[in-house]
Design a protein around this ligand. Structure first.
Ligand SMILES: [Zn+2]
Length: 526
């Protein structure tokens, strides 16, 4: 435990002031009695196996008061908002993509640090990251980020780190974080609940005077698996993560978390991790060891959560099926895992199939391919007109060159936050969604807004891994196609050089690893 001294002294001053001048009525914006809590963080998962580069604009950074808009539990009338003086600095959240340029990282980082300096000191800091950012020429960006934040805010500030379970937890990130947690569900239906837990735990430790938890156990688990094998909807992911809830509820434990880690970056930190924080050393270490052991014991049970097949087999299955929509995940270039999103390989294969050549063939929606040139031509031509232009492969052309798409413009929509402009082009019985900028298609409304009805379509092909809830609920049948791209799900096709070895499943006959808990130094002792 470690109390932040300046908070204590201000509580005392605030108390004295209040009794002395019997203050009541409306509170001023900064209340001396309340802890001072900053908010910062950058979230992205970026594949180093993709040629794409992510620049600053992709983070759609929100600054100052705008940062609150990420958090329903910190809205103006919320309980948590009134429990602290909040100092939101800068937070950015990018669609997954390729490696982040050093310039983008340094710029966003520099601005975050400058904003943090404006309102020092802080009792707490809510550090809201994903954990799988890759930056050109920099290992462990989140570890670097928190170290530089720590250098500004000092060693007393309690930092509560909130992460995606597909993030990576280096020793350095663990050391500078006083509280740390991650999602317990994949798909991440509990994302906001997890972030709220990070904030609740932080406020609780500040208000109670307990300060930093006394113990942080960290266990690296030498397993590297794609998210598509570790969904918590089905076993073994389901039972593995179900154990986290009761583990975190124990007396003497503040929080417990399991990170699957991120499989498409090649650094020593890319592997699973278990962490438990709390004040009871025995409980903290024992709980971490139980969770790590459970993960290790289940390692051979992790399988793709839906049938997988080659694209050809997937299309054969879909064409032969009377279930609709038959959904096909075009996994290798999934933009929400870090693919460039503009690989044309799958689209080319689909357009080459004779079944789709005529308008009365099986209906198929392809979502989606970036093609600014075609979008411009379609906007100029208008709905109902013919259009012909290249799409895709501007970023990732390793598997297939741009596709010349010639067809009828069926819809044009402007104003999407990610895509900017979306166009539907009909080619034979295929409706191709072409975007100005890449965009994931995760919601039914993403389709219906374009006049498409996926429920009444025979086949829906989406650049995605496992189906997100809305698509999952809509599917009549589903197969995950092992297509090429920056997030190839067949990890053994990728060339890892820098991850720790041995690593499951690459080294299948590896010996049982040391899964004993390592106690991470408290942040002020690191
Ligand atoms: Zn994730």
């Amino acid at each position: 435990m470690h109390m932040t001294n300046h908070f204590y002294s201000r509580v005392l001053v605030g108390f004295l002031l209040c009794t002395a001048i019997s203050c009541g009525g409306k509170e001023t914006q900064v209340s001396e009695e309340l802890p001072r809590v900053a908010i910062a963080g950058l979230a992205i998962e970026s594949s180093t196996f993709s040629p794409a580069v992510t620049e600053e604009e992709a983070f759609l950074a929100r600054r100052g008061e705008e940062v609150f808009s990420y958090y329903p539990f910190l809205q103006e009338d919320s309980v948590n908002r009134s429990r602290a003086n909040w100092f939101p600095t800068l937070r950015g959240h990018a669609i997954p993509g390729g490696i982040v340029s050093r310039e983008a990282y340094e710029s966003l980082m520099g601005e975050t640090l400058a904003r943090l300096k404006e309102n020092l000191p802080y009792d707490g800091l809510f550090f809201d990251i994903h954990g799988a950012m890759s930056v050109v020429g920099l290992d462990d960006p989140e570890g670097d980020f928190i170290e530089r934040v720590r250098a500004v805010v000092g060693k007393e500030t309690i930092i509560s780190t909130s992460m995606d379970l597909h993030g990576n937890v280096s020793w350095r990130l663990a050391a500078h974080s006083d509280l740390i947690t991650c999602y317990r569900m994949a798909p991440h239906e509990d994302a906001l609940e997890s972030k709220k837990r990070a904030v609740d735990n932080l406020l609780e430790r500040l208000e109670s005077g307990k300060g930093k938890p006394a113990y942080k156990a960290w266990i690296p688990v030498p397993i590297l698996l794609p998210g598509e094998k570790t969904s918590t909807r089905v076993d073994p992911g389901k039972s593995l993560y179900a154990a986290v809830y009761p583990a975190a509820e124990q007396k003497g434990v503040v929080d417990a978390a399991i990170w699957v880690g991120y499989a498409w970056a090649d650094e020593p930190r890319n592997h699973a991790v278990v962490m438990v924080t709390g004040d009871d050393q025995a409980k903290v270490t024992q709980t971490a060891e139980e969770l790590a052991q459970s993960f290790w014991e289940k390692r051979n049970e992790f399988e793709f959560i839906a049938p997988t097949a080659t694209l050809k087999e997937s299309l054969d299955m879909a064409i032969g099926s009377d279930k609709k929509p038959f959904m096909i995940s075009d996994m290798g270039d999934n933009p929400t895992a870090g693919g460039a999103g503009d690989v044309t390989w799958t689209l080319r294969e689909i357009l080459a199939r004779p079944e789709f050549k005529d308008a009365d063939g099986p209906s198929l929606i392809y979502a989606s391919i970036p093609g600014p040139e075609l979008v411009e031509a379609a906007v100029a031509a208008g709905v109902g007109e013919q259009v012909s232009a290249n799409v895709g492969a501007a970023v990732d052309d390793r598997f297939s060159p741009p596709v010349l798409l010639s067809g009828t413009v069926k819809a044009i929509a402007h104003g999407d936050r990610n895509a900017e402009t979306e166009v539907v082009v009909a080619v034979g019985s295929v409706q191709v969604i072409v975007t100005k900028k890449r965009k994931p298609y995760h919601r039914e409304s993403d389709f219906t807004n374009l006049g498409l009805n996926p429920r009444e379509t025979d086949i829906v092909v989406v650049k995605i891994g496992y189906l997100v809830p809305e698509l999952y609920d809509m599917r009549a049948d589903w197969v995950m196609a092992l297509t090429p791209g920056g997030v190839d799900q067949d990890l053994e096709r990728l060339e890892f050089k820098r991850i720790n070895r041995p690593m499951f499943p690459f080294d299948k006959d590896m010996e049982t690893p040391d899964l004993s808990a390592r106690l991470v130094p408290l942040s002020h002792e690191y």
